[in-house]
Design a protein around this ligand. Structure first.
Ligand SMILES: [Zn+2]
Ligand SMILES: [Zn+2]
Length: 391
């Protein structure tokens, strides 16, 4: 990223009272280390999702905070190439199928499904018998067999060291079954259609929007999308993901039964006013928080995330069999403490990744002010338990 622009990492809040984040003490043989420009593999001389321009970057997925401009060469999963090119333009890009293996300066590199968005990958690195996996962002639910149906589901990869995200690494985050959630969205849409008003559903244009499209009941009415969503839909369809028919907004059409999917930025905009009188909703993992819907100023909030919830993170970490876990962006301190309680070697890397978009980021900030101490389960959520009690 260009110098002078403050990174999303500047929004990070300090760890909760009484918790400090132990920093990783790297040994000379570590396959991945922290560098000012991003995570770096010294043996292979390449970076992973670097936030500053580097010569060679392995990219986990095409979200803006993980796939930045200015690198000399990119390596990414093939399904995500369309979105990556649409966002970054004419880049030098090598793509791999899931599970395909390449050698980079003697390090064996392969990409494995992360279940987050189209083309999202965990990066497996093997060198001198040691295996590390860098997760990128991933979706694993605490509910077994529940997965993101709009992309290849997360695949656990055995490793010695697992570098995990922790965006929703707090016990309060527990996703409900996806089918229940989608039924809730369909019920809301049907009720609006019966009342003759459009349903404006705001969701991030890359990943969340397509996940909703893959799950809604297209028989209820026409589906209209914002131009930002339509472009990404094309990339999903080109990669073989089945999505219902979508059209761009034409305010001269009858929209009384329409579901309209658009990025959160349209909230309060002239674009949204073209819909006339409508009901609106926001789909995000942050909607689990009391007050988040009100802060967003929408009628409904649907708790839908493309990241792992608290039990999902634990399940994913356990499935790797890793004895050492390094935690990145999110609630590092809480997750590191929990891992240490499980007898694992754990630490954190400081990264400059955000939460996929600025809207979610600002929501997280508001939440951190509203919900402290962060390690306490919310009284409004009887299903939550403290870190030590969780499975
Ligand atoms: Zn991320
Ligand atoms: Zn992401």
């Amino acid at each position: 990223m260009p110098e002078g622009i403050s990174p999303p990492g500047s929004l990070r809040s300090p760890p909760p009272e009484g918790l400090s984040v132990p920093s990783e003490r790297p040994s000379g043989t570590d396959l991945v280390v922290e560098r000012p420009e991003g995570l770096y593999c010294p043996a292979g001389d390449f970076h992973l999702d670097p936030w500053r321009p580097v010569a060679r970057a392995v990219i986990t997925h095409a979200h803006a905070d993980h796939a930045r401009r200015g690198h000399g060469a990119y390596l990414a999963q093939a399904d995500g190439a369309g979105v990556l090119r649409a966002r970054l333009g004419d880049i030098t890009l090598q793509t791999l199928a899931y599970g395909e293996v390449v050698q980079i300066n003697g390090v064996t590199v392969s990409l494995h499904p992360a279940g987050h968005v189209l083309g999202s990958a965990q990066v497996r690195l093997e060198h001198r018998g040691e295996v590390w996996v860098v997760s990128g962002d991933y979706f694993v639910s605490g509910i077994e067999h529940d997965h993101n149906s709009s992309c290849a589901p997360f695949e656990p990869v055995r490793c010695d060291t697992f570098i995990t995200e922790s965006t929703f690494g707090l016990p309060i985050y527990r996703w409900r079954p996806q089918a229940e959630l989608m039924a809730e969205v369909n019920t809301w849409w049907s009720a609006n259609a019966a009342a003759g008003r459009p349903s404006l559903l705001m969701a991030y244009s890359f990943g969340k929007a397509q996940r909703l499209l893959a799950g809604v009941d297209a028989a209820i009415g026409p589906i209209v999308v914002h131009g930002a969503v339509q472009g990404i839909n094309a990339a999903y369809r080109a990669a073989g993901v089945a999505l219902p028919e979508t059209r761009l907004l034409d305010a001269t059409e009858d929209l009384s039964r329409a579901l309209v999917i658009a990025p959160p930025a349209v909230h309060g905009s002239a674009w949204a006013r073209r819909l006339g009188a409508f009901s609106d909703a926001f789909a995000s993992g942050w909607m689990q928080l009391r007050g988040a819907r009100r802060r967003q100023g929408v009628d409904r909030g649907f708790v839908l995330s493309d990241h792992a919830d608290w039990p999902g993170l634990q399940r994913a970490i356990a499935a790797t069999g890793a004895q050492r876990v390094i935690v990145t962006h999110g609630y590092e301190a809480v997750m590191v403490r929990w891992l240490q309680q499980q007898g694992l070697q754990a630490g954190s890397f400081r990264t400059e990744y955000g939460d996929d978009n600025a809207d979610e980021q600002s929501n997280k900030q508001a939440e951190r002010q509203a919900e402290s101490p962060a390690v306490s389960p919310s009284p409004a959520d009887p299903g939550s338990a403290g870190p030590a009690a969780a499975p």
